[in-house]
Design a protein around this ligand. Structure first.
Ligand SMILES: Nc1nc2c(ncn2[C@@H]2O[C@H](COP(=O)(O)OP(=O)(O)O)[C@@H](O)[C@H]2O)c(=O)[nH]1
Ligand SMILES: [Mg+2]
Length: 479
């Protein structure tokens, strides 16, 4: 489909003409346990598809008359195929399309024993359901237009979130924030495409020169907004993947003590014999919603001892992977060649200078060149635990300099979304350039359509099968 008809079709953004995904057969009823494996108070089993109610009803006995009113829990017994009760359960029936998947769906809550849940699932399998693939419930929800692709991905992110901030961003995306941000941009491109295509097809309505400028101006604005979104990925990636920070400093500066202080337990070995931390220890802390992997590194210095040398190698490795460094200096001693040696290694990283042992008198004078390369400087006592919160704040500020954390704009957290936006921007810019250079309108039109396709790929209006496969295979079974 090309030209005006193509654009017109996009105007209504149909979600029902999606590609058939391998394994998606609407006639099939699927079943899986949706709660995590292991013991708990309750386990939840989901059955979705046209036969959901029948398959469950066949095995379900309640005391009185069993009426499958929509969304009303029924208490009863679930029987195996020989008619023996497996467990007392609560079933809830959701009638299509008002269910998570958009199909008929039954939820069975049984007691949280893996054996019981498995036997219930097996019984339903025997009566003709199929075991759900990972993410298949959400895939069906997407294919039945219950949510768009960005929202479906947010389901996974929400389940996998480790911190409150990650959960908040995922919940906003699930609720449609990203999709809502993209919607006006898509509409704008469609509007302009329509305009230009009308002009191409009905030559007498040729677009006037000033109108042409306006059209391109609007597309440039769209491009700017996409640029803002693209930039939000820097923070989005940090929110999603967390950051890596290395604690560096000469032996005995107090790195392990700082590591422990920040962790508030005694994970790392502390000793007053220089060079005892022979391996790098890592631990993850929650830095105001950002998972932060801290690495306590061995003293970086010239060493002859082979074991310690390995530790130093490992430290350098951690340093290379780091987003930021906590550069620990013992303030009870002068800044010496060993400190310089560490500084030369860390100076190119976003760095917080930690002046340790503030409980003792200071002897240190930090050279100006050192001070200049550090984004912040904090005095602490790792031993006494003073001002450690300031270290956390400084570290956070070093990795998120513009305090973007509190901003309410939509955040791009997925590399897939970022790539789509890059593609869209490339086409927009190429289209604008060829329009300005006076090329036949077919060329810019082609690019603008491609830009639209790329944006639509984020929410899944134009999606190829393998992308869907890729996304939903990263879900767990039962979701
Ligand atoms: N007084 C004081 N001693 C500290 C402080 N931090 C660490 N130390 C001591 O300095 C020595 C070396 O500490 P450690 O954390 O093992 O240093 P690392 O070699 O850099 O890991 C130990 O004896 C610690 O008890 C502090 O803030 N104040
Ligand atoms: Mg140590």
């Amino acid at each position: 489909m090309k030209g005006l008809a193509y654009t017109a079709a996009l105007l209504s953004f149909p979600t029902n003409n999606l590609p058939a995904v391998v394994n998606y057969n609407q006639g099939e009823t699927i079943v899986a346990t949706s709660t995590p494996p292991g013991r708990g108070a309750i386990a939840l089993i989901r059955v979705s598809g046209p036969e959901a109610k029948n398959l469950v009803a066949k095995q379900f006995r309640s005391g009185g008359r069993c009426d499958w009113a929509v969304r009303r829990p029924l208490l009863g017994h679930f029987l195996d195929t020989d008619g023996n009760p497996l467990d007392q359960v609560l079933t809830t029936f959701f009638l299509a399309p008002a269910s998570y998947t958009g199909e008929d769906l039954v939820e069975i809550s049984c007691h949280g024993s893996p054996v019981v849940a498995r036997r219930i699932v097996e019984t339903i399998l025997k009566s003709g359901a199929r075991l759900a693939e990972p993410g298949e419930f959400t895939l069906r929800a997407f294919l039945n237009a219950k949510m768009d692709l960005a929202q479906a991905e947010a389901v996974r992110d929400l389940i996998e979130s480790q911190t409150g901030f990650q959960a908040k961003v995922a919940a906003e995306q699930l609720e449609g924030k990203l999709s809502r941000t993209l919607e006006p941009l898509k509409k704008e491109i469609v509007r302009i495409l329509c305009h230009m295509e009308t002009a191409v097809e009905f030559v007498e309505d040729d677009v006037k020169p000033e109108a042409r400028e306006q059209l391109m101006g609007s597309l440039e604005k769209v491009d700017q907004q996409l640029e803002k979104l693209e930039e939000s990925f820097r923070l989005g990636r940090i929110v999603q993947e967390g950051i890596k920070a290395a604690i560096a400093g000469k032996p005995n500066a107090g790195k392990s003590s700082l590591f422990n202080g920040l962790l508030r337990d005694d994970r790392a070995i502390v000793t007053d014999v220089p060079g005892t931390t022979r391996d790098a220890l890592t631990e993850t802390i929650d830095l105001e919603g950002i998972p932060t992997r801290l690495a306590d590194t061995a003293g970086i210095r010239e060493v002859k001892d082979r074991v310690e040398h390995l530790g130093v190698q490992k430290s350098l490795q951690y340093l290379r992977e780091s987003d930021a460094v906590l550069f620990v200096v013992d303030r009870t001693r002068p800044f010496d060649e060993e400190d310089y040696c560490v500084w030369r290694l860390v100076q190119e990283y976003p760095c917080v200078l930690v002046l340790n042992k503030e409980d003792l008198p200071s002897q240190v004078k930090i050279p100006q060149e050192v001070e200049q390369t550090c984004a912040a400087s904090v005095s602490v006592s790792a031993l006494k635990g003073t001002h450690l919160d300031d270290v956390k704040k400084a570290l956070l500020k070093v990795v998120t300099p513009d305090r973007e954390l509190e901003k309410e704009d939509a955040l791009i957290t997925s590399i897939r979304h970022k790539r789509c936006i890059e593609v869209a921007r490339n086409h927009l810019q190429a289209g604008i350039a060829s329009y300005h250079s006076g090329m036949s309108e077919e060329f810019p039109l082609y690019d603008f359509r491609k830009a639209l396709d790329a944006i639509a790929e984020i929410t899944g209006e134009t999606t190829v099968e393998d992308i869907l496969q890729q996304i939903f295979s990263t879900f767990c079974i039962g979701k």
